[in-house]
Each structure stands twice: as C-alpha cells, then as structure tokens.
Design a protein around this ligand. Structure first.
Ligand SMILES: C[S@@+](CC[C@H](N)C(=O)[O-])C[C@H]1O[C@@H](n2cnc3c(N)ncnc32)[C@H](O)[C@@H]1O
Length: 257
C-alpha cells in the first residue's frame, strides 16, 4: 500500500513541509502549456494526475484533477476545478472514463511508476501526455558545477525515457520541450539565464530535488554561485544565456497519441 504523509502527500515529498509556496514560484508557462494542449489532441475530457495547483490543465476541455496532498489542493486557484484526493496507483474511475490523461512533473515521485502508468492507461481511451526530465541530460545544465547533488538526486528519481516509452506502449513518442528565457514555471532549468534566482531559498524551495538536500549542501552551492557571479566568472562562461531566448535541456513530453 502507498504510504502517505500527514497531509496526504503520496510521493517522496511531504508537501506540507516543502510545498507551502509552490504555486507562487511554479506557475504555468504558456509556451509549454501550448505544446501540452496540442499533444492532447481533440480530447473532450482529460484526467490530470498529480495535478498540484492546476498548472497546464486546458481551459477548453472538461478536466478531472487528482491530487493527494491537501497542501497542494489548497493552492489551486478559483478558476481550476477542485481536485479529488486520490493517488496515481489507484485511480477511482471505471475503465475508459476519459478521452485523455496528463501528468506533469509528477511521475518521478510515484512509489509505483508501473502501476500508476497502468492505471492511466486503464482509465483513458486516447492520448496520454507525460512531462518529465530526461535523466540522461540533467547534468548538461550549468548548475551541476555548483550543486551536483541536486542533479544526482534528480537522476535517481526521474525514470529513464525508454522506460516511460515501454510502459506507454509502441505508439508512444518523445518530444523535446524548449524552455523560454522568462519561464514562469520555476523548475531548475527555468532559470538558465537568470542565475541570481538560485540565490533565493524561496525559489529553490519550490524545486523538489533541492528540498531533499541538507541545508549545508544547498548553502555551499549558493555561496559558490554568489562568488562566481560577483567576480564575473559565471558571466564569462555563461553570460550568453542571459539573452538566449530558449534553452534545450532535459525537458521532455512523452506522448501516447
Ligand atoms: C512537482 S508537483 C507537480 C504539480 C503539477 N502537476 C504541476 O505541473 O505543477 C508533483 C505533484 O505530484 C503529486 N504526487 C506525488 N506522488 C503522487 C502519486 N503517487 N499519485 C498522485 N500524485 C502524486 C504531488 O502531491 C504533487 O502535487
């Protein structure tokens, strides 16, 4: 049976402790939302699993949202549907209940990935869209020079893309997700051109891999980055990113049409 934290959180993060300000820093990024919407095709209904505060839920389709953490459910804005308290591994719906299913930034937290994906497939007639990081590309990002531990942590959590493809079946494909310079959704690479953001503990507090590290390790990374920003080392190497419109990193959509 999936173990749940006191507020109902069902993955490896206790959102009562680490997610109080999630919606403040993790807003929907419109450029990414457009790609997700396109991948959902002509569905008239969609189930959003691990729905959190509702980012990326289409506004022109009937949405059912599933979210186990009360802390996250409480951060859903008024224009989103209320989320149902349930977990990916045991969806309280009959077979083929929805045209489509989506899961954004969540599969790496599930206790039983295979069961969660099997449940997604069971309740869905058509498209399934998963947004996740490709663990093989996490260390391509410059933050690895400052806090490799955060990316190591991510690598041990994110499933290999091939595994997701296998679980979704032979028609599944991978799409690269480009990240825009002023990305509104504060995941790690969202700040590729705004390095100062990593110096704000509230910003990194909304990135689950950072919250899983000891404060001493986080502080060491922040201090090294602060030094490199102050003496120009960071800008000499990466300053071009400050005006680069998009970043091609580890973000992927895995889509079963
Ligand atoms: C990083 S948040 C992403 C929220 C939202 N999908 C988004 O894109 O902003 C991960 C979410 O997955 C949820 N989650 C973790 N384990 C889960 C599980 N086993 N079943 C369903 N949701 C789960 C968490 O409670 C959390 O709200």
């Amino acid at each position: 049976m999936t173990q749940r934290w006191q507020d109902g959180s069902a993955g490896d993060i206790d959102y009562a402790a680490a997610g109080q300000r999630y919606a403040e820093f993790r807003q929907e990024e419109p450029f990414i939302a457009e790609q997700i919407r396109k991948a959902l095709g002509d569905a008239k209904s969609v189930i959003n699993i691990g729905a959190g505060a509702g980012s990326y839920e289409p506004t022109d389709i009937d949405v059912t949202a599933i979210e186990p953490s009360a802390t996250m459910r409480a951060q859903r804005p008024a224009h989103r549907v209320a989320a149902i308290d349930a977990i990916a591994e045991n969806l309280p719906f009959a077979d083929d209940s929805f045209d489509a299913a989506m899961a954004t930034f969540t599969v790496h937290q599930w206790h039983d990935l295979a069961k969660g994906i099997a449940e997604m497939k069971r309740v869905t007639r058509g498209s399934i869209v998963i947004m996740a990081s490709d663990p093989a590309h996490l260390h391509d990002f410059w933050i690895t020079e400052y806090l490799p531990e955060a990316l190591d942590r991510e690598m041990s959590r994110f499933p290999a893309i091939d595994l997701l493809l296998d679980l979704l079946g032979p028609s599944a494909r991978v799409e690269t997700l480009l990240v825009p310079l002023l990305c509104k959704d504060g995941f790690t690479t969202a700040y590729y051109g705004r390095p100062e953001m990593f110096l704000n503990p509230a910003v990194t507090g909304a990135m689950s891999s950072w919250t899983l590290l000891d404060e001493e390790i986080r502080e060491r990374g922040r201090q090294k980055l602060a030094r490199d920003l102050a003496d120009g080392t960071w800008d000499a190497r990466y300053g071009h990113l400050r005006s680069q419109p998009f970043y091609d990193g580890s973000m992927r959509l895995i889509v079963r049409p």
